[in-house]
Design a protein around this ligand. Structure first.
Ligand code: HEC
Ligand code: HEC
Ligand code: HEC
Ligand code: HEC
Length: 348
């Protein structure tokens, strides 16, 4: 299974995202779903929590945290595992990639937490010192140029920051679409859920307490929400197209993934109408419609997904959301938040 556990290679930046996309396909992530962080470079959430106390507290209130203890005890989990021939949920890799953070200790790989910091921000060993070191100075004495160089270096060592929207979204959808035919058809695992990047990131998952110095758990701004919405839909479409490409039998998985791709196309069509100043949305639809949502059509669906991915990346490069107010009416409102965001508690 190790070859299936891809990690962000060094040098990941916006310009390399396209190369990265190609590499992930080559590594079979399309088939297996999760983009898990590299166990050999994983430091674990306690190491992050030494400096990020409030973010860690917020995380402890989420399903991502609780799944570590609760999932293996869950009856449905044991039924799924049995059908998949998995005897021990916490030591066999089929469930590990999506439900746990795995860390290499000595020569053994051990699950150390549920879905944690590094499942979303990538394995930290090579970038923790860099991102937090203020270029060997202090927050006050580091120059702007040094700060920029520091972030560039952290990015190049694989860190996925809040500004790396496409990569952040790819991680969420690689788990939440559950793009694995066997797990769904044979295991009876749900084929993901009606995930939406705005409402699912701004509820219980939200932990924007660092830059406010712990004073507030800051909600994404209106322009950022527009970008989250659009990039999320694009990545949903990309992921679903790849998943349909992996479908080999006319069973639940094929239907669910095709339905997902179709739904994403319809929502993007509404977005294209609402934001005609973003021609990339219509192009995304054109590319997506070039491949039929049918069995045994992998090469066409994969190249359509690659085309969609390129357009999403170019959207993240060209727009910052300030000119996309047309989308506001489509974005799920506060009543749709998934869970409740933790209140900030003043001290960091
Ligand atoms: C030694 C203390 C320390 C540790 C350990 C640490 N961080 Fe940080 N982190 C910082 C500091 C300081 C900043 C803010 C730097 C700045 O604002 O320029 C930061 C900022 C961040 C940011 C925001 C980046 C941005 O673009 O705004 C993220 C995300 C982050 N850290 C994640 C993590 C994760 C994940 C871990 C564990 C793998 C971790 N940090 C471990 C000190 C630390
Ligand atoms: C591709 C990623 C992926 C893999 C692999 C995976 N899961 Fe899941 N699982 C999820 C996601 C995501 C959810 C949450 C449902 C959602 O929102 O999409 C979930 C939910 C569940 C739930 C329901 C949790 C609840 O609400 O009670 C159970 C049980 C479960 N998984 C068991 C398993 C078992 C057992 C395995 C291994 C045989 C496994 N999963 C493998 C991604 C995955
Ligand atoms: C499920 C994925 C996920 C997990 C798990 C996660 N993060 Fe984040 N993190 C994000 C996203 C997404 C954002 C940007 C949110 C937004 O735009 O509202 C973010 C933002 C941040 C920021 C910037 C906060 C600010 O004030 O702007 C820091 C720091 C951070 N994360 C650290 C951590 C640490 C430390 C952990 C573990 C205790 C962690 N994250 C766990 C996805 C995650
Ligand atoms: C490594 C796989 C993985 C990644 C990456 C991931 N999730 Fe999850 N997420 C899960 C699983 C598994 C569950 C179900 C946990 C459970 O209840 O047992 C879940 C549950 C959730 C829930 C709770 C859903 C509920 O039923 O209330 C939210 C919200 C959520 N995820 C949001 C996000 C967001 C937003 C991102 C990206 C920023 C993200 N997730 C990234 C695997 C993942």
């Amino acid at each position: 299974m190790n070859v299936c556990r891809a990690f962000w290679p060094p040098g990941v930046g916006r310009s390399t995202v396209i190369y990265l996309g190609a590499m992930l396909i080559a590594l079979g992530v399309g088939a297996h779903g999760a983009v898990a962080s590299d166990p050999a470079k994983t430091v674990g959430p306690n190491a992050c929590g030494e400096c990020h106390k409030q973010e860690a507290e917020a995380w402890k209130g989420t399903h991502h945290f609780k799944t570590f203890r609760e999932m293996p005890r869950n009856t449905t989990a044991n039924e799924i595992a049995k059908r998949m021939g998995v005897r021990r949920i916490k030591s066999e890799s089929l469930c590990l990639n999506c439900h746990f953070t795995v860390q290499q200790k000595d020569s053994k790989e051990e699950p150390v937490a549920g879905i944690s910091c590094e499942s979303c921000h990538s394995a930290g060993q090579e970038w923790v010192k860099v991102h937090s070191g203020f270029s060997g100075k202090t927050e006050k004495t580091e120059t702007k140029a040094e700060e920029q160089a520091r972030w560039k270096l952290a990015d190049s060592k694989g860190m996925i920051r809040p500004s790396a929207l496409y990569q952040l979204a790819k991680n969420c959808y690689s788990c939440h679409v559950v793009p694995r035919e066997d797990l769904v058809n044979k295991g009876g695992h749900r084929a993901g859920s009606a995930f939406d990047l705005v409402s699912w990131s701004q509820g219980e998952v939200r932990h924007n307490t660092w830059h406010s110095k712990g004073k507030d758990n800051v909600a994404a701004s209106a322009p950022r929400k527009r970008m989250l919405y659009l990039v999320g839909l694009g990545v949903e479409l990309e992921t679903a197209l790849r998943a349909v490409g992996k479908a080999t039998v006319r069973k639940a998985f094929a239907f669910e993934m095709a339905r997902r791709a179709d739904r994403a196309r319809n929502l993007l069509a509404a977005a294209a109408k609402a934001a005609p100043n973003v021609p990339e949305i219509a192009k995304m639809l054109e590319v997506a419609h070039s491949a039929g949502l049918k069995l045994n059509n992998e090469s066409r669906l994969t190249s359509a997904a690659d085309g969609v991915a390129k357009l999403i990346v170019s959207i993240t490069e060209k727009y910052d959301g300030s000119t996309l107010a047309g989308l506001d009416g489509l974005i799920p409102g506060a009543d749709k938040l998934k869970g409740t965001a933790r209140q900030a508690s003043a001290a960091k």
